[in-house]
Design a protein around this ligand. Structure first.
Ligand code: C5P
Length: 398
């Protein structure tokens, strides 16, 4: 529910703007107050009257409107909200945001705000793929801007691909995740997830069967309790969680760097199945068969242990560090030893022998090991494991 929440909705100039009118209704149905801001280009697609009628609020359009400025200045407007949503976020608006331009009301509000910003990009697939847009996306993600979508599908322009704006209900879910009230409000939680890929040469890599489902569910559960979540993920199969800050990485070393850059955090859950080894030396060219039947010898080096590194931080260690232990034998014994060795507070251990169907599956059967002892949880959906773990983390952080 969004009762009592105030959302500043910046509507950009794209054909998807018509969906933003529905978005206003959906947000209001959930109790939010929605204050629309229209760019000049947006007014070509939807009218200020529609936005005003649906929101039952004054619509803001002009940076230099003397009446508006006298009533509520643009700085105040940008800060009176709990969340700023940009939908549709056009290539132009994203470019302005990434470049720090402030030459109209929308871009000025985005520069002036001290609140989280969630954007729902919408544009033609070529525009989305353009290196300039991709650079801007990377910059905006680094700046902590939250994304919802875009989706893949047919476009108004007749092409097919990535660039369709997320549907209003998907945006609502992302809004709820971004500003949900809950016991973790004001807390920053870090979650690692998925496998890592360690290149053997430019076309081959070492990986594992992790789908990223458990880590994704944990990020979603923590966010639903009001936490601000940074989700550092390797190349996982499952869709990314909505309304959280997503950092995509490939290798263990990139994951460590992303985790360190995301700190400080109040709590951290290391659910990623990080590759233990990488190639000792990077190979720039594809390793070829020599035609004589001799086989290449791969030399490995050990990857940094991210969980152990963070657990053993002298300064700035998160108050609660949770690791995972995927075992195929002696689960409790191995996981108990792992908890000590790594220095984390809890270990969530599971049996990933192929016959359990847990790795890559929808269910999990875990044993949670803390300083108080061992707690066995019954087999349940990964979503339920996540909800229960998040609730236990709330208690521990109180
Ligand atoms: O040592 P092992 O891989 O079994 O430990 C599992 C736990 O350690 C998981 O929480 C995993 O995310 C974390 N880990 C890590 N960095 C590594 C290896 C494991 O963070 N290089």
């Amino acid at each position: 529910m969004l009762a009592g929440k105030r959302i500043l909705l910046i509507i950009g100039g794209g054909i998807a703007a018509f969906k933003s009118l529905d978005l206003i209704r959906r947000l209001r149905e959930r109790g939010a107050t929605v204050v629309p801001v229209l760019t000049k280009a947006a007014e070509e697609f939807v009218t200020p009257l529609s936005a005003s009628a649906l929101s039952a609020e004054k619509v803001y359009r002009d940076l230099f409107d003397l009446t508006d400025e006298a009533e509520m200045g643009h700085i105040e407007l940008s800060r009176a909200a709990d969340l700023v949503v940009v939908a549709p976020a056009t290539a132009d608006l994203m470019g302005k945001m990434a470049g720090g331009l402030a030459n109209d009301l929308a871009s000025t509000l985005l520069m002036a705000t001290d609140k989280p910003v969630l954007i729902a990009p919408a544009m033609n697939v070529r525009m989305w793929q353009h290196p300039a847009t991709q650079r801007n996306i990377a910059t905006l993600k680094e700046d902590g801007i939250l994304f919802v979508g875009p989706n893949e599908g047919n476009m108004a322009c007749g092409e097919f691909g990535l660039g369709r704006m997320a549907e209003p209900l998907e945006i609502v879910a992302a809004v709820e995740a971004a500003i949900a009230d809950g016991p973790l409000r004001g807390k920053h939680m870090l979650v690692t997830s998925g496998p890592t890929h360690e290149p053997i040469d430019p076309v081959r890599y070492i990986a594992n069967r992790s789908s990223g489902a458990q880590g994704t569910a944990i990020a979603t559960a923590l966010s639903a309790l009001g936490a601000e979540v940074t989700f550092v993920t390797g190349p996982a199969d499952v869709a990314r969680p909505q309304g959280v800050r997503v950092v995509e990485v490939q290798t263990a070393r990139e994951m460590l760097a992303a985790v360190q850059a995301a700190l400080p955090a109040d709590g951290a859950v290391f659910a990623a199945a990080v590759a233990d080894w990488r190639m000792a030396k990077a190979v720039d060219m594809k390793i070829k068969k020599d035609g004589k039947g001799s086989l290449p010898v791969l030399e490995f080096a050990e990857n940094p242990d991210i969980l152990a590194t963070v657990s053993q931080m002298k300064k700035g260690r998160p108050a609660l560090v949770v690791g995972f232990a995927a075992e195929t034998d002696d689960v409790v014994k191995n996981a108990t030893a792992k908890r000590k060795r790594k220095g984390c507070d809890w270990i969530v251990a599971n049996d990933v022998s192929p016959e359990t169907g847990i790795m890559g599956g929808a269910e999990n059967a875990v044993v949670v090991i803390t300083s108080d002892g061992v707690e066995e949880w019954p087999r349940m959906g990964k979503d339920q494991v996540a909800t229960r773990l998040a609730a236990a983390m709330v208690q521990a952080l109180e």
